[in-house]
Structures are given as C-alpha cells and as structure tokens.
Design a binder for this molecule. Structure first.
Ligand SMILES: Cc1cc2nc3c(=O)[nH]c(=O)nc-3n(C[C@H](O)[C@H](O)[C@H](O)COP(=O)(O)O)c2cc1C
Length: 347
C-alpha cells in the first residue's frame, strides 16, 4: 500500500470517459492543487499516451488515469443481436446501426491500455466496475503510483482494502454516469453518498474519496466532516469551457426548465444516471445487449446525435444535482470551491 499523495486541496476532477476531460481541464484542476483525472475507459494506448504527454506539458500537479474493469464477454446470441438492433433501428430509420461493430474480444485489453501509464507515471490510477488483476495493482505500486477503486457499498470497499488498493472512491446514488457496482446480478444498495461515507469510515481504514452530487464547497465540507479525505466532482465541471461536452449536452445541463435525471441501461447495457431524453423513454422495456456490447451497438447513433447536436439521442450523463452547475473556467471554479470549503469548515 502507498499513501495518497498530499493534496493541496481535497478536490478530484472525476474521470469522465467519452473525452469530456481534455488535457486542458485536467491541467487546470491539477494546477489549482486538486487531482486532474482522465477517463480512459475506451481509449487506445496511443490516445492515452498522447493525453498524458499533453497534460504533463501543462501541469506538474497530480494526474489520475482511470479505467474500467470490463467483464469477460461471450459472443452474443444472433437472435438477441437482431432484436436489440431492431429496437434501435426503429427509432432512427437511417440504417445506421448493424452488428459489424461487435468484434471479439469486445472489450479493450486493460494490460495494454496501462502500458503508457507505466511509462508516463501519473500520480494515480483508478478503476471502476471492480478490482483489476492484483498484478496490475502491484505494478502500479512498484512504480510509485497510488491506486484507487470505486465502491458503491461497504462490502465492495472491504474487498478493495483486501486487494491492497490505496484508497476507495465512494460513489453515492446521486452520482452522474455509470454505477460502479462490481456485480450487476446483485441488488444495488442504492446508498446516498453521506450514509455511504459514514458507513465506510466505520468499517475501513483506507482514505475515502467521496463522489456523487457534490456541487459546492459546502457539499465538499460536509463529506469531509463525515470522514472523507477528498471529494470527486464530475458534473460540476461539465460546463467549464475546457470540458469537451457538446453544445447540446451543455444546453440540457443549463436549461431554464430542467428535466429529471434517471437511471438507464439503454445506451451501454449498464445502469448510468443521465438527463431524461427521448432515447431513454423510447427504449424502456426494449431488448438490450449486455455491457459493453450495447455501448458498441449504440455508438454510431450517439455519434450521429453528437454531429447533429441532437441531445435526445446522446447519453447526457449528469448527477442528481446538475441544476447547480456553474459554467465557469475550471481555475475560477476551483478557486470558488476552495473558498466555500474554508468558510464551511470554519463555521
Ligand atoms: C459524463 C460522466 C462520465 C463518467 N465517466 C466515468 C468514468 O469513465 N470512470 C469513472 O470512474 N467514473 C465515471 N463517472 C462517474 C464519476 O466518477 C463520479 O462518480 C460522478 O461524476 C460523481 O457524481 P457527480 O457527477 O454528481 O459529481 C462519470 C460521470 C459523468 C457525469
């Protein structure tokens, strides 16, 4: 086990796969004393290397490289693929989607994705959806890289501690994006962040980084007082000019008449929280492939929606508190959050 590096400020930019976290956003947060995370879940080793190199020209601060621990995926049954495609193509009659995107082994190879990380050595590496092979945790430690893993309940946090990780990212029910549960066949405990942090602080001795619905320094101070070492914020940064969110994604996040957030598996095959849109509504009860095959199947649709700035068919991931987003440059947002934390902790 190695210690979490000393943080000048207890704020992590959440990793957000899909290119939201540009090197500029990562560097701005790291330069402000926080941890700048990349969401590399679906990225190629070349892209990962490029992002780490570009960020390192803009900051000497703390950088975190985040990955998914993908499940092993068996070849899907043709009748299920046909049904899933039929459901999707009924929405958009563009003949856009077909099964040619389902190519074995269906998931990126984690060991290959990590090669540039071993070479560039960011301060931290974190994992979502489970515990990676222990050899990879050991490799990180051998290079002085701190390892964190997402937990959505105390049982997962206990397994993370036993695996030799250095900190736990406690993901509350409020969080935007995918739930990081290890086993999708087990009941999700659906725990709110504050209760989760309090329960984890009682049961494990690892540092806790709290994530989910944190938008202000006051929110951050609350989880710090409950036992967290730091807070991880995703949605709060999505409307920073440095973030790579589409104009239509931003428009929904900042809408005068905000919609609800809901959980859906329709985009990827796994449950994730986002702003309700037409795709989510229409796909209710329809045939879906398992994660991440459904993600591969919907990729062209999401790409089309992005190109046409049509948020009704994009995955507009957002946490439950997205209405409190402040669309500011990341450095200014960090400054405000830090000021608010100080005020809240001195009260
Ligand atoms: C757009 C988006 C993408 C996300 N992608 C990832 C990811 O790739 N890896 C990860 O560990 N967490 C991911 N998350 C979850 C965040 O780590 C974190 O739990 C969440 O942002 C916290 O809730 P908040 O969005 O309300 O701040 C994502 C969240 C969002 C909003």
């Amino acid at each position: 086990m190695i210690a979490l590096p000393r943080l000048q400020t207890p704020i992590f930019l959440a990793p957000m796969a899909g290119g939201f976290n540009t090197p500029e956003l990562v560097a701005a947060v790291a330069n402000a004393g926080g941890v700048g995370s990349f969401g590399f879940a679906y990225s190629s080793p070349e892209a990962i290397d490029r992002s780490l190199v570009v960020a390192s020209t803009q900051t000497t601060g703390l950088i975190n490289a985040n990955f998914f621990v993908f499940p092993e995926v068996a070849a899907p049954q043709p009748d299920r693929v046909a049904a899933a495609l039929q459901a999707l193509n009924a929405i958009l009659p563009h003949g856009l989607l077909d099964e040619s995107v389902l190519i074995p082994p269906y998931v990126p190879d984690l060991a290959t994705q990590l090669e540039p990380v071993w070479q560039r050595r960011p301060a931290m590496v974190t994992f979502h959806f489970g515990i990676p092979p222990i050899a990879l945790i050991e490799q990180a430690h051998a290079l002085g890289i701190t390892v964190g893993i997402t937990a959505t309940c105390v049982a997962e946090a206990t397994q993370i501690a036993a695996a030799g990780a250095d900190f736990v990212v406690a993901q509350g029910w409020e969080a935007g994006g995918h739930r990081g549960c290890f086993d999708t066949t087990e009941m999700d405990q659906e725990q709110d962040l504050l209760a989760l942090v309090q329960a984890m602080a009682k049961h494990i001795s690892l540092p806790i980084v709290a994530a989910g619905g944190l938008m202000t320094g006051g929110d951050i101070a609350t989880v710090l007082s409950a036992g967290a070492t730091a807070a991880q914020l995703g949605t709060a940064f999505l409307c920073c000019p440095e973030a790579n969110a589409s104009a239509s994604h931003r428009a929904l996040l900042l809408a005068k008449e905000p919609r609800d957030t809901v959980f859906t598996s329709a985009f990827s095959g796994r449950s994730a929280r986002g702003i309700q849109n037409r795709f989510i509504d229409v796909m209710r009860g329809k045939e879906l492939l398992e994660f991440p095959l459904q993600n591969s199947l919907t990729a062209a649709l999401r790409q089309w929606a992005l190109q046409h700035e049509n948020a009704e068919f994009q995955s507009v991931w957002a946490g439950s508190r997205y209405r409190d987003i402040r669309p500011l440059p990341a450095a200014r947002l960090m400054q405000i959050l830090n000021g608010e934390i100080k005020v809240a902790l001195s009260e």
